[in-house]
Design a protein around this ligand. Sequence first.
Ligand code: SF4
Length: 325
Amino acid sequence: MARPLLHRIRRAHPGAEVRAVGPAALLGLLFSERTFDGAEVWPARRASGRRPPAADRERLVAAMRAWRPDAALVLPFSFSSAWFAHRTGATIRVGYAHEMRSPLLTHALRRPARGERHLSQEYLALGEPIGAGPRSSEDPLPPLIPPPEAERAAEGLIARAAPDAHRFAVMAPRSAYGPAREWPAERFVALACRMIERGLAVIVCGTAAERETCGRIAAAAGPGAASLAGETDLPTLAALVRRATVAVCNDSGLAHLAGAVGAATVTLYGSTSSAWTAALGPRVRVLQHPPVCSPCFRRTCRIGYRCLTGLGLDEVDGACREAGA
Ligand code: SF4
């Protein structure tokens, strides 16, 4: 979602030194695009859920203060991110007014209602105060190119998971957000069976925490399907999905990755708003049948997940066929 802004800043200020602060995995994925010159890792919570040591964040603040930035664009909506920007000493601090953080910002923009504008457009608007806002004719967003070492790692994984297949589909049947973003697992299985019958292999992807479900779906689909959940970092996953005939994803990180590398991507939407957060990419197809209660942005549903069950197998399969799978 931030890529259009990063490219826009680079085009508007080619001589500026840009540093990005964020999660290590995302910085590693985006660094090869050269839209920023330096990457500072935002201290993450521990696997146990505990906060990172305060000293880690203090070190980051000290490093940024020493660098003396002219401007800080605050993409997250949290108070802590605006507080961090304030402490860097940046002269200009741009973000959305939220969580009582406006006094920390020099430009506190009114936050539009969710879905009024696409999230990438909301981020692009943050560039306006520094002369890098959206233009009427934006240059097209270039595809994300994974680094060569990720391409090699992906080749090895594909050779193992789909050794005899010339074509394969990627499926991402889970979402970290919760079941209100997950198309039913048995439909993923049925879709995988249809694709295997048509001569494609199916590679099921997910995080280490999603290994069990992904493995179960691959096993239920039978020979021709395999799970690589937990075996890929983000650059490798990007390289892998770039080679897929189609990627079928819930509203999850993999949908965004697949769209960004230019893969044919079929995204299935449940409780959230595709108008707000649909994956970006030239070959992204969004399927959503919002009932009157949508979007509710809930993680679970008390009335039977109608938004997801309304997405039929034939419809999703039809979108995959149109993508060539
Ligand atoms: S309340 Fe409606 S939109 Fe929300 S999860 Fe349930 S069916 Fe979907």
